[in-house]
Ligand binder design. Sequence first.
Ligand code: NAD
Length: 314
Amino acid sequence: MKRVLVAGAGGFIGGHLVARLSADGCWVRAVDRVEHEHRELPADEFLTLDLRDADDCRKALDGGFDEVYQLAADMGGMEFIHSAECEIMRNSAAVNANMVAAAASAGVARYFLSSSVCVYRDMAPDESPLTENDAYPANPHNEYGWEKLYAERMVSAFARRHGFEARIGRFENCYGPYGTWRGGREKAPAAIARKVAEAPDGGTIDVFGGGTTIRTFVYVDDLVDAVVLLARSGEERPTNIGPDERVTIADLVNVVADVAGKRIEIRAVDGPLGVEARNFSHERIKALGWTPRHDLRSGMAETYRWIAEQVARA
Ligand code: NAD
C-alpha cells in the first residue's frame, strides 16, 4: 500500500486530494495547522502541526513516505494576496523551506509542490498563450507569485542534490465545494456564488472593476486528477494545470446567475483586480493524458449548490 503525505490537508484542495488518494487505496497522513472546516477527512491519520517549524516538518515526515504532496500555504483571493504580502512571503517560504529539507532528510521518493500561474507576468487580453518557459525572465504581478517561483527553484535544487523526484504543478484558479466562501480569503468563484445566493432574483451584486478581467477556472476534481497524474509521471518540468476555456469575471457572474436561475445585475466597485488577462498553454499536462471532465457551467453548478446550502444555513 502506498504511503502518502498531504500537507495543507485542512484546506480546500488538500481536502479533496486526501479524499481522492484515500479512495484510490493509499494510506494517507493528513497534516495541517487546523482541521478542515467543512468536511470529515477520510485520512488514516491527521496531525495538527505548524509546518513553518522545522521540528513539526520532521514529525510530519516521520515514518517514511512514497509520495509527499505539499499544498500548505498562506492563501486567499486577490483581496488577501494584496493585503497580506508580508505574511505570504514569510510563512509560505518558511513552510516550503522546512518541508523540502525534511523530505530530503527523510528520503522521500516523490515530492509534489503546488505552485501557481501567479508566477507569470500580466498579459494583454489578446495575447497568445504563455508556455511554462515564459515564466522567465520573471516578472510576477504579486509577492505570492514570487514566493511560488522561489519555492519551485528550491524544490528543484533539493531534488537535484538529494536524488528524489520533484513535480511542480502551476495551478490556475481552482473552484468547487468545500472551499472558503466567506471571511475575506475566498476567491472570485466562491465570492460570486455567495453573493448570487444572497441576492434576490433581479438583484445586483458588487464586483471589483465590473468584471472585465480574463481568467481560466479549473474545477477541483479535475485539478486533483491532474495533480495525481503529474506527481506519478516522468514530467520533471513545471506544468500548468487548467482548462483552455477563458472567461471574463462578468461571464462567470452570468454562468452563476444562470445555474441559480436568477437575473443578476453587476455593480462595478473599487477593489484589487489582479492581472488584466490570463492565457496559458496546456500542452504539457494534456501530453500526460489529462482532459478536464467539467466545463465552467457544470463545475459552477456543483459549487453553487454547495455554497447556496452554506448561505441558507448561516
Ligand atoms: P487553502 O487556504 O484552502 O489551504 C491551504 C492550507 O494550508 C490551509 O488549510 C492552511 O491552514 C494550511 N497551512 C497554511 N500554513 C500552514 C502552516 N504553517 N502549517 C500547516 N498548515 C498550514 O488553499 P487551497 O486553495 O487549498 O490551495 C492549496 C495550494 O494550492 C496552495 O499552495 C495554493 O497556493 C495553491 N494554489 C491554489 C489555487 C486556488 O485557486 N485555490 C491556485 C493556485 C495555487
